[in-house]
Design a protein around this ligand. Structure first.
Ligand SMILES: NC(=O)c1ccc[n+]([C@@H]2O[C@H](COP(=O)([O-])OP(=O)(O)OC[C@H]3O[C@@H](n4cnc5c(N)ncnc54)[C@H](OP(=O)(O)O)[C@@H]3O)[C@@H](O)[C@H]2O)c1
Length: 302
């Protein structure tokens, strides 16, 4: 009897040592994909030559770009560097994918919106308030013009068990007894890095099977939150597990934070298109965050 041999999709991930990159490598590995993770030392996306060399060597079916400019405020003062990473990098990847026949899945930000009309659908008018958002939008339009086989995935704030990121930094600040002020009047749809990896894995599976549902998508966890509400949940979970003072978290308005680039007030994302075209449901951000805090405590043995 003849048996059908399926070859798993080959996927190249940029930003492989970042919080989303790490979650993707794990999820892709579990899904049986043929995965190659690249850090900046393996492939600098701002260099056309570096991108072409890497894509020619790996010949992936999919490239997932998670490279990120780390600071929204610094994008205002370091505009050239921000533009290289946020615009020229994705252009290099789109050109490379076009030449090698790969599909590009590009992660980008909800800061392409001005925050006056959330929740936002994918075809809502963009109007970035800061340079970071402006460059994110410029990259989207460049990718759309260069490469028909693209997924542009706008995502809300991402959290994970990575000690260098929101939950880890918040917990360590509480333990140091420092009062934290978190912005309470800007809301979005946060999600976890593993949840984002679940979404992208499901998209790749379906595209690999022949789906042609390319285009722009939104994903954020179910519900909505400000930084302050996320901080409150981390704090409540920490107070259940260790002895901490109970007055370490305070709300602050975004406009009262000194030396900060303007931010949109309401960037909740409407994620219905992802459900309609790929059947992907949202997971509530609260239960995801509780699970991750639990994981952090279990790993630290407390
Ligand atoms: N974090 C959030 O709250 C958030 C919100 C909205 C959207 N997103 C999107 O989600 C994606 C992943 O975010 P993240 O939180 O995982 O970011 P992250 O942890 O900061 O990781 C980003 C990675 O980008 C890599 N990188 C920087 N410059 C590069 C270059 N020139 N070439 C190749 N790689 C480069 C870095 O690699 P090295 O470690 O090797 O230096 C880093 O590991 C990004 O596209 C981001 O825009 C994130």
């Amino acid at each position: 009897m003849n048996s059908v041999v399926f070859s798993p999709p080959s996927v190249l991930v940029t930003g492989a040592s970042g919080q989303v990159g790490q979650a993707l490598l794990q999820a892709f590995d579990q899904a049986g994909f043929n995965v190659t993770g690249m850090s900046v030392s393996d492939m600098d996306i701002t260099s056309e030559a570096s991108v072409m060399a890497a894509l020619s060597a790996v010949e992936p079916d999919f490239v997932v770009n998670t490279a990120r400019f780390p600071d929204v405020d610094k994008a205002e003062t370091e505009g050239d560097a921000a533009r290289r990473l946020l615009v020229e990098g994705p252009i290099n990847l789109a050109m490379g994918c076009k030449q090698t026949g790969a599909t590009l899945i590009h992660l980008t930000s909800e800061y392409v919106f001005d925050g006056d009309n959330g929740p936002y659908k994918e075809d809502a008018a963009t109007a970035p308030l800061n340079l970071f958002g402006h460059y994110c939008r410029e990259a989207e339009t460049e990718i759309e013009a260069i490469l028909p086989q693209h997924i542009i995935l706008r995502v809300g704030l991402v959290f994970s068990a990575d000690p260098r990121r929101f939950i880890g930094k918040t917990l360590s600040s509480f333990r140091d007894g420092k009062v934290l002020r978190m912005v309470s009047d800007e809301v979005g749809t946060p999600t976890s890095a593993p949840d984002l990896a679940r979404v992208i894995t499901a998209q790749i599976r379906q595209l690999d099977l022949g789906s042609t549902a390319f285009g722009i998508y939104h994903y954020g966890g179910g519900g909505s939150a400000s930084w302050f509400e996320m901080g409150e949940l981390v704090y409540a979970q920490a107070l259940q597990r260790e002895d901490l003072p109970d007055d370490l978290l305070q709300p602050i308005r975004g406009v009262d934070v000194p030396a900060r680039a303007p931010r949109p007030l309401d960037v909740r994302l409407d994620c219905d298109r992802l459900l309609q075209n790929f059947g992907i449901k949202r997971l509530p951000w609260r239960s995801q965050m509780i699970q991750i805090v639990d994981q952090i405590y279990r790993q630290s043995g407390e």
